[in-house]
Design a protein around this ligand. Structure first.
Ligand code: SF4
Length: 88
């Protein structure tokens, strides 16, 4: 099992930024909204909380949509190379 915080991706000029995606398990209510919107990135763990299984699993816009639709604001998305917070 991978950690809930992960970073990866290439570095060509037109590539999307490498993402660091975190799920705050103190907030995650397990409603699976993020799994529906970015199923390649998020999956439920044994305790039905979301974890990042592949930070490259979906497009950045899908990851941001998932983060923006999390009802408990549990998801944080950053550019792993610069530290810039992309959401919230
Ligand atoms: S949308 Fe938010 S509350 Fe729902 S499973 Fe994902 S991280 Fe947890």
């Amino acid at each position: 099992m991978k950690d809930a915080s992960s970073a990866a991706r290439g570095s060509a000029p037109d590539d999307p930024p490498p993402l660091a995606i975190q799920v705050d398990h103190m907030r995650c209510a397990g409603n699976a909204m993020c799994l529906a919107l970015a199923p390649g990135v998020f999956a439920h763990n044994h305790w039905r909380q979301s974890e990042v299984v592949d930070p490259e699993g979906d497009a950045l816009e899908d990851v941001l949509e998932a983060a923006g639709n999390c009802p408990t604001s549990a998801i944080t998305v950053s550019d792993a190379s610069t530290g810039e917070v992309l959401f919230p």
